[in-house]
Design a protein around this ligand. Structure first.
Ligand SMILES: Nc1ncnc2c1ncn2[C@@H]1O[C@H](COP(=O)(O)OP(=O)(O)OP(=O)(O)O)[C@@H](O)[C@H]1O
Ligand SMILES: [Mg+2]
Length: 282
């Protein structure tokens, strides 16, 4: 057995966090990753969700180009076996971004993790592996519940990014969300912080927007990012062609204008998220 050196410096690690389903978590993981990669940075997305939406957008078959998956790596880490996390990474999977694939049996990890809390730390140790230290950013997409999979992400990252939609029920789970954040911060990851909270899928002339902004500011204070993402059908259109909004081109000029606006919106949000790391020691 060889010793693998784990280091405590290297990539800035971000988890996309909100237990509500369909609030643009995976879309945000992708757009944030591509926007950062466009600034000449090396970015890895870790897709901790058996739905594997990001892998599918990238048009990757389950084990294409990889010999391992996150599921297998976590088991090896827990058994102190040798492994190389890059064996589960599809390099340049989409728009210059690398993706660590999850594996078809990832759904089982939730119950396994409940049985073995050591799995929570296994993910943290895995992300600190030397073989991932060349990344500038690691972005972890999460499933839409506050189970142990999400908790293990929060334990492993520096900051969370929270997208909120503008529906009436958007804030229903916010107490549970904050409780989970605080619990992980107190018990497992004292340095855990928020990189930013922002609104997504904002309808044109949405009369509820001022109310939502007030509520977000009340709850999240300085973490609320003023830039937001409008509702834009182009996201679905891009998805149908296995593309991100950064590489998709619409033939309809109105749609193309909206897609370009969505890119600018995600770029502004990304700038704020990058700024949140300035001065913090990671
Ligand atoms: N700004 C937007 N405008 C319109 N549609 C959007 C926008 N952002 C995301 N979508 C679409 O909404 C759907 C849900 O988005 P996404 O999969 O990113 O959410 P999620 O939070 O990851 O969902 P889940 O909880 O299932 O993981 C997708 O079909 C996506 O293309
Ligand atoms: Mg998702």
């Amino acid at each position: 057995m060889t010793l693998h050196n784990h280091v405590n410096y290297g990539p800035r690690k971000i988890a996309i966090f909100n237990q509500k389903g369909g609030v643009s978590k995976s879309t945000t993981a992708l757009c944030l990753a591509v926007s950062i990669a466009n600034r000449d940075k090396k970015v890895l997305i870790v897709e901790k969700d058996q739905q594997a939406n990001i892998r599918k957008v990238a048009g990757i078959e389950v084990q294409e180009g990889v010999t391992e998956t996150l599921y297998e790596l976590l088991h090896k880490e827990q058994k102190n076996a040798d492994y190389n996390p890059m064996d589960a990474v599809v390099v340049n999977a989409i728009d210059g971004v690398d993706i660590m694939v999850t594996g078809p049996n990832f759904a089982e990890i939730d119950t396994e993790m409940v049985a073995k809390v050591g799995m929570v730390n296994a993910f943290k140790t895995l992300l600190e592996h030397d073989a991932l230290s060349h990344y500038d950013y690691i972005i972890v997409d999460n499933p839409s519940h506050l189970g142990i999979v999400t908790m293990s992400s929060l334990t492993a990252v520096d900051k969370v990014v929270i997208p909120f939609d503008t529906t009436r029920w958007a804030f229903e789970g916010v107490d549970a969300l904050l409780r989970t954040f605080t619990h992980v911060k107190r018990k497992f990851n004292k340095k855990l912080d928020i990189a930013g909270v922002f609104l997504v899928k904002v309808a044109e002339n949405d009369s509820d927007r001022p109310k939502m902004i007030r509520k977000c500011t009340d709850i999240f204070g300085k973490y609320y990012i003023k830039s937001y993402v409008n509702y834009c059908k182009g996201f679905e259109h891009a998805l149908k062609e296995d593309k991100t909004i950064y590489s998709y081109k619409s033939r309809q000029s109105g749609m193309q204008t909206n897609i370009e606006r969505a890119r600018r919106q995600y770029d502004s949000i990304t700038t704020e998220i990058i700024k949140s790391f300035e001065g913090s020691e990671v």
